[in-house]
Ligand binder design. Structure first.
Ligand code: GTP
Ligand code: MG
Length: 354
C-alpha cells in the first residue's frame, strides 16, 4: 500500500485534487481510501468524500501528528475494509512537521507501507505573498507556510489556472532559490489531465524522510492565530425557497468577514437538501460561490467550517449576527451543534529524528 500524505495551507485545493484522483482511480477499478483530518469535529471534507462514494475515515479534534494512534487505527480499518492500493491522507491545513511525526513512525511501525509527502500551495495566494500584497498574514502563519513547503517530497503549486505566466516564473525562481533540488509542479486540480500527471508523479516517488528543523513555539503561535468555527444550521422555507435563503446567508457571512478585513484561510459550507448537496468554498484567492445554483428545497442542513485569522469570539459574533439579522426579517434559521476555538498547542504522539 502507498500512503500519499497530502498537506499544505488551508484552502490550497487538497480535497479537490484527492477527490478527483479517487474518482479517476475508482473508474479504473483501483482500490482507494481517504483519511480526512481536522481540528474540529464536524467536517465538510468528510461529507464531501463520503457523498462521492469514496471509502473514508476521519481523524477529528486535532491533527494526525497529535492523534497518531487514531490515524493508524483508520489506516488499519481501511485496509480491513477494501485493502486500498493507494490511501490519501489529507492533513490539517495549518499542520507541519509530518516527516518526524508521521513518516518516520510509519517507517518504524509499518515498514511495508510506502509514504510520500506532497504539499499543496495556492498559486494565487503564494504570488500575493511574494509580491508583498498579502501584508495582513501574520509572521507565525507565514512560518508554517514555509515549513510546509520545506518538508515536501513534491510541491504542487495548485490553482495554476489563476496566475499569469510572469507569476509562474516568479514562483519558479523562488522555489529554485529557496527550495533548491525539490520537485515541484504547477497544477490545475479541476483538470483531469493535470490530476493524472500528479498521480503518475506521486507513484514514482519515495519519501526523503527529511526531518525539519522547527521551532514549535512559533508553529504553535501560528496555529493559534487562526480561529476555527464549526456550526450546523437548519434553514426552512414553506415556499421551497430554502436554497435562496441559504445563498443569501452564505453571501452575507462572506461579505461581513471581508468587510472586517480578516484573512480567510478557508470558509467552507456543505449545503445538504437531502436530494442534492453542494460544497461552497471561499479562500484567500478564490471562491466557487457562482456554482451555487439555488434549486428548490423546503429544508436545508448547512454545515459551516470557517478558518479565519482572528479570534473565535469575533468569528462567532459575525456569524451569529448575520443569522440574527436574517431571522429578524422573517427567515427561519435554527442553530444546531457548534464549536469555536483556536487549535491547541501541537504535541505530537511521536517525534522521531533521522
Ligand atoms: N481555480 C481553481 N480552483 C481550485 C483548484 N483546486 C481547488 N480549487 C478551489 O479551491 C477551493 C478550496 O479547495 P479545497 O480542495 O477544499 O481546499 P483544501 O486544501 O482541501 O482546504 P482545507 O481542507 O480547508 O485546508 C475550492 O473552491 C476549490 O474549488 C484549482 O486547481 N483551480
Ligand atoms: Mg480539504
Amino acid at each position: 500500500m502507498k500512503i500519499f500524505l497530502i498537506g499544505g495551507f488551508l484552502g490550497s485545493g487538497k480535497t479537490t485534487a484527492i477527490a478527483a484522483a479517487c474518482r479517476m482511480l475508482m473508474e479504473r477499478g483501483r482500490r482507494v481510501g481517504v483519511i480526512t483530518n481536522d481540528q474540529g469535529e464536524q467536517q465538510v471534507d468528510t461529507l464531501t468524500m463520503t457523498r462521492l462514494g469514496i471509502p473514508a475515515r476521519e481523524v477529528a479534534g486535532g491533527c494526525f501528528c497529535c492523534n497518531y494512534d487514531q490515524f493508524d487505527a483508520h489506516v488499519r480499518s481501511l485496509e480491513a475494509e477494501n485493502l486500498p492500493e493507494i490511501l490519501f491522507a489529507e492533513s490539517v491545513g495549518t499542520c507541519t512537521d509530518l516527516a518526524a511525526t508521521i513518516v518516520l513512525p510509519l517507517a518504524k511501525f509499518r515498514p511495508e507501507v510506502d509514504v510520500v509527502i506532497c504539499i499543496f500551495a495556492d498559486a494565487a495566494f503564494l504570488a500575493s505573498l511574494l509580491e508583498g500584497s498579502a501584508t495582513f498574514v501574520e509572521e507565525s502563519v507565514r512560518y508554517i507556510y514555509k515549513k510546509q513547503l520545506e518538508e515536501a517530497d513534491l510541491i504542487v503549486i495548485n490553482k495554476a489556472d489563476l496566475i499569469t505566466e510572469d507569476q509562474k516564473r516568479m514562483i519558479g525562481d523562488m522555489l529554485n532559490q529557496e527550495y533548491a533540488g525539490k520537485s515541484y509542479i504547477f497544477q490545475n486540480s479541476t483538470s483531469e489531465a493535470d490530476v493524472n500527471h500528479w498521480l503518475s508523479r506521486l507513484q514514482g516517488m519515495k519519501a526523503s524522510g527529511l526531518v525539519l528543523d522547527i521551532d514549535y513555539n512559533t508553529y504553535g503561535e501560528g496555529e493559534a492565530r487562526m480561529a476555527w468555527l464549526d456550526k450546523k444550521l437548519v434553514i426552512e422555507d414553506d415556499a421551497r425557497m430554502a436554497a435562496n435563503v441559504t445563498r443569501k446567508l452564505i453571501e452575507a457571512i462572506f461579505r461581513r468577514i471581508s468587510e472586517e478585513r480578516l484573512l480567510i484561510g478557508h470558509l467552507k459550507f456543505f449545503v445538504d437538501a437531502g436530494s442534492w448537496s453542494r460544497k461552497i468554498s471561499f479562500t484567500a484567492s478564490s471562491n466557487d460561490f457562482h456554482r451555487f445554483t439555488a434549486d428548490s428545497a423546503d429544508r436545508i442542513e448547512l454545515l459551516i467550517n470557517a478558518r479565519v485569522q482572528t479570534d473565535p469570539r469575533r468569528l462567532t459574533m459575525i456569524v451569529d449576527d448575520v443569522i440574527e439579522n436574517m431571522n429578524a426579517t422573517g427567515r427561519r434559521i435554527t442553530s444546531g451543534r457548534w464549536s469555536a476555538f483556536v487549535p491547541g498547542f501541537p504535541r505530537p504522539t511521536h517525534r522521531m529524528a533521522n
